[in-house]
Design a protein around this ligand. Structure first.
Ligand code: NAD
Length: 475
């Protein structure tokens, strides 16, 4: 059992002033594994004050100093990558392979950003003006529970590269993972106050950060409703806000795709991160005359999928992260059935052989209609709808028929055709014949999947603001 009862403020782990205690449960066993004491507004105010004190000196650091810091942070996180991996398994239920990738990615974020920073020019001439790219100021970084270590580190890398001191607000449901990341970052020995962490509820710690006048910039990753609430709060003091939000990605199988290769990949895109991924492909669009063939391959692929203990190297799908998530996904599967969809694989309840843990059955729905909740909403679990289309135009129209626009996927053996379709999709990123994003390319959504871009040079620039200095000689 682990007890987390500190915030990380001004270079020190300090006792939390809040009094609420939250249990941490292993989602695969439902066994308690720790408690976290949640911070309150006072903790948030202390962290903001510390970042504010550090900001002026940090903004004046040179590019080389910040490059050195990013590399030190990468090395520090790498040293704790086994611990981050284990916490991601124990607290979140990520399968071993995924947890290993996340822990490496958390370290790699800093080097990827260092590469972008190395070549970045903070000053340029435009007409008579010298345009300086300056740090926006103290930044609040919000992370969700489904991607704790990676989100924290990628946002922080961009903020620090730009010269912004930061306050991290991890999800209250990823306390263990965030605490290990904070300990790792502490070992990099950055100037006190440049990095701060405060645990706590969104409505208290999160709201304090979203409304506090000393916070100049918010980088938020989470659900669309929370993103909207934060944007409303932030506008009062004109904070610069970027939002990475929910998704409902379509995967278009073009009629030339090699189905034996494509369908298993398509399902991996839908079930990634145990189905709890903003970029998960949860609407599979299939040429109408291939529906039976695709459904048959998909059904047998799901039957062979290894659902199991996340620490087992063979496991492809672990449990959902919490009982709330389990209940949410069950509700959606029940609604799909009630609204007339056909269960092609999976369905309600736990998979056979499981009597505890938040395991759900990987589920495929057929015979879906566009208005159904399972087609419209982000379910955030391993539930996929198979949707027929008539022709290319129809596929594009269905893919774009969503309030979201984070990711889209295409499978095709014809690269020119796939690229032509990709240009017509309304999404921040389109992946063709792959499910891994490019980590140096801009990441973010259109429509209600968000505002702004993260990663690489776009992430760096989102923490900078141009200032024009225009001069003439004295007459
Ligand atoms: P969430 O919106 O509930 O919480 C995200 C963060 O906001 C947490 O730190 C939470 O404590 C805080 N928060 C909650 N209410 C708040 C409030 N009123 N004021 C201030 N802060 C508040 O999201 P979640 O359930 O933790 O994460 C799942 C969601 O995140 C899904 O919708 C998923 O699609 C999305 N997500 C998006 C991306 C992306 O990059 N686009 C990545 C991962 C997850």
């Amino acid at each position: 059992m682990q007890t987390i009862d500190t915030s990380y403020i001004e270079g020190t782990f300090v006792a939390v002033s809040g009094t609420e205690e939250l249990g941490i449960v292993n989602p695969a066993t439902e066994a308690p594994i720790g408690t976290i004491r949640l911070g309150d507004r006072l903790d948030a105010q202390r962290a903001i004050a510390a970042a504010d004190r550090a900001q002026t000196a940090f903004a004046r650091t040179t590019k080389q100093e910040r490059l050195d810091m990013l590399r030190a942070l990468s090395a520090a996180v790498l040293r704790r990558s086994d611990d981050i991996r284990d916490a991601t398994i124990a607290e979140y239920g990520a399968p071993l392979g995924r947890a290993r990738w996340i822990s490496r990615y958390a370290s790699d974020c800093f080097t990827i950003t260092a590469d972008a920073l190395k070549d970045y020019c903070f000053s340029r001439r435009i007409g008579d003006a010298t345009v300086l790219m300056e740090p926006v100021g103290v930044s609040a970084l919000f992370a969700p529970w489904n991607a704790a270590a990676g989100t924290i580190c990628s946002k922080m890398a961009s903020a620090l590269a730009a010269g912004c001191a930061c306050v991290v607000k991890p999800s209250e449901f990823s306390g263990l993972q965030a605490h290990i990341v904070a300990e790792a970052l502490h070992d990099a020995a950055l100037p006190a106050g440049v990095i701060n962490f405060v645990n706590g509820r969104g409505r208290e710690v999160g709201d304090e950060l979203a409304t506090h006048p000393k916070i100049a910039r918010i980088s938020f990753t989470g659900s669309t409703p929370t993103g909207k609430a934060i944007a409303r709060s932030a506008v009062e003091s004109m904070k610069r806000v970027s939002l990475s939000l929910s998704g409902k990605a379509a995967m278009i199988l073009l009629d030339d795709a090699d189905l034996a290769v494509a369908v298993p990949m398509v399902l991996r895109a839908g079930f990634q991160n145990n189905g709890q991924a903003c970029i998960a492909a949860t609407r599979i669009l299939v040429p109408i005359r291939k529906i039976d063939e695709v459904t048959a391959i998909a059904r047998s692929t799901v039957a062979a999928l290894k659902v199991g203990q996340p620490s087992d190297a063979e496991t492809e799908l672990g449990p959902l992260a919490s009982s709330a998530q389990f209940d949410r996904v069950q509700r959606y599967i029940a609604r799909g059935i009630d609204q007339g969809a056909t269960v092609v694989a999976g369905g309600l309840g736990r998979p056979d052989g499981f009597d505890r843990g938040y395991f759900v059955r990987p589920t495929l729905f057929g015979d879906v209609a566009r208005g159904m909740d399972i087609v419209r909403d982000e379910i955030f679990g391993p539930v996929i709808s198979i949707i027929p289309y008539r022709d290319e135009d129809d596929a594009i129209e269905i893919a774009n028929d969503t309030i979201y626009g984070l990711f889209a996927y295409i499978c095709s053996c014809d690269p020119a055709r796939a690229r032509r379709v990709a240009r017509r999709l309304r999404a921040g990123e389109v992946l063709i014949n792959r499910i891994a994003p490019e980590l140096q390319a801009p990441f973010g959504g259109v429509k209600q999947s968000g505002v702004g871009r993260e990663f690489g040079v776009y992430g760096l620039e989102s923490f900078l603001e141009p200032k024009s200095i225009v001069e003439s000689p004295m007459a």
